[in-house]
Write a protein that binds this ligand. Structure first.
Ligand SMILES: *[C@@H]1O[C@H](CO)[C@@H](O)[C@H](O)[C@H]1NC(C)=O
Ligand SMILES: *[C@@H]1O[C@H](CO)[C@@H](O)[C@H](O)[C@H]1NC(C)=O
Ligand SMILES: *[C@@H]1O[C@H](CO)[C@@H](O)[C@H](O)[C@H]1NC(C)=O
Ligand SMILES: *[C@@H]1O[C@H](CO)[C@@H](O)[C@H](O)[C@H]1NC(C)=O
Ligand SMILES: *[C@@H]1O[C@H](CO)[C@@H](O)[C@H](O)[C@H]1NC(C)=O
Length: 326
């Protein structure tokens, strides 16, 4: 069974590389093959039920994108841990009632934040994520926040965070988008791009509690530095608390180039804890279903196959076979 899945995975990669016009070196396919032969033993260890964890997952969406992007998230990675996953939006939160059973309706958080991609609006959205944490803080030892154009491999995230002690270590974890630290207001500091996902430990959150309340104070601070929300958080942490970013190499954001083009290194797909998408920066799989936003459903199926999606895979493979014959 497992080897069949791996073979299907290889076929999909192979067909999709044939389909794309880009030039590949001549040993691309054998590299992928040897990579997955080594990796295939891991597939058995994919957990069907998650270990208990104290991670609050918050997804930020917006009135503008929730209808196009959220349904596939709710079908895929939201399902890993629905009891600990919350959604914040400036759109109509009732929209989600059709996807979520009643017990999750109080996981929906409405904001009055403006839609625009300007500092004030971003900071307003940011504050709402911290607010969700502080309203539920007794239950959680981590806050991890994500955007609606991300895939999160929650089992890997849980495993990754196990190495830390969130109650005693003030941790700010994520992936920078720049090669060099940000320089401004007289200091250098690294910040993690929110688009790659960012996690904060309980001990850090307790420390910054007063700095991130959804009030004018936070907004004024945010606006005075003239930084977007992700940069501003890093700035506060550095200046006020001397806390630096802990880099998570397996977090990935949409700004990384070659994230999905380098087929000789598929490690960035199945070891990735988070993936960010944008435009054509999506996995190079032939999508399994129509309107597969960011190819997320196909990605989820390849990482965590279930009966339904392997059936779709078989249909797709047959179709390729027939097309190639004719
Ligand atoms: C195939 O790749 C090898 C090394 O990766 C190179 O030496 C060789 O010239 C390549 N052959 C062709 C036909 O591109
Ligand atoms: C939210 O989106 C809907 C549909 O796209 C639109 O009709 C409505 O005006 C938007 N509301 C706000 C507050 O932007
Ligand atoms: C954070 O980084 C700065 C500059 O890179 C360094 O001077 C400072 O000691 C670091 N703080 C901690 C707590 O490691
Ligand atoms: C592609 O992957 C190969 C093998 O892992 C690596 O050596 C190479 O630097 C990668 N190229 C790019 C453009 O990322
Ligand atoms: C598989 O498909 C059936 C029929 O469409 C549906 O009832 C079931 O919920 C699906 N299972 C999963 C895990 O999506």
């Amino acid at each position: 069974m497992i080897s069949i899945l791996i073979l299907i995975y290889l076929l999909i990669l192979w067909f999709s590389s044939c389909a794309s016009q880009s030039k590949k070196n001549n040993n691309t396919n054998s590299d992928i093959y040897s990579y997955f032969k080594v990796k295939s033993s891991n597939v058995d260890r994919i957990p069907t039920t998650l270990p208990t964890h104290g991670i609050l997952l918050v997804i930020r969406t917006s009135n503008y994108t929730q209808r196009s992007r959220m349904p596939v998230i709710l079908k895929t990675w939201f399902q890993f841990s629905p009891d600990t996953t919350y959604i914040t939006t400036n759109g109509d939160a009732k929209y989600f009632h059709q996807f979520l059973s009643k017990q999750y309706h109080d996981h929906l958080h409405s904001t009055k934040c403006k839609q625009a991609h300007v500092i004030r609006a971003l900071c307003c959205h940011s504050a709402s994520e911290f607010q969700i944490y502080f309203e539920n803080k007794n239950k959680y030892r981590w806050l991890c926040r994500f955007d609606d154009d991300q895939y999160v491999n929650v089992p890997l995230l849980i495993h990754y965070l196990k190495q830390f002690s969130p109650d005693t270590q003030p941790l700010y974890i994520g992936k920078p988008s720049m090669q060099e630290p940000k320089h401004g207001h007289g200091i250098d500091f690294w910040f993690a791009t929110y688009g790659g996902g960012v996690c904060f430990s309980r001990s850090l959150l307790e420390m910054i509690h007063n700095d991130v309340q959804p009030n004018e104070n936070f907004m004024k601070g945010c606006i005075s530095t003239n930084y977007p929300d992700d940069t501003h958080i890093a700035y506060i942490l550095r200046v006020k608390y001397n806390i630096n970013l802990t880099v998570a190499n397996d977090f990935h954001h949409h700004i990384e180039r070659n994230l999905f083009t380098n087929l000789t290194s598929p490690s960035n797909i199945d070891q990735a804890i988070t993936l960010g998408f944008k435009g054509s920066n999506v996995p190079r799989f032939v999508p399994l279903v129509k309107n597969d936003v960011f190819h997320m459903q196909t990605l989820h199926c390849l990482l965590y196959p279930d009966v339904n999606c392997t059936r779709l895979l078989r249909i797709l493979i047959n179709k390729f076979y027939e097309d190639n014959k004719s």
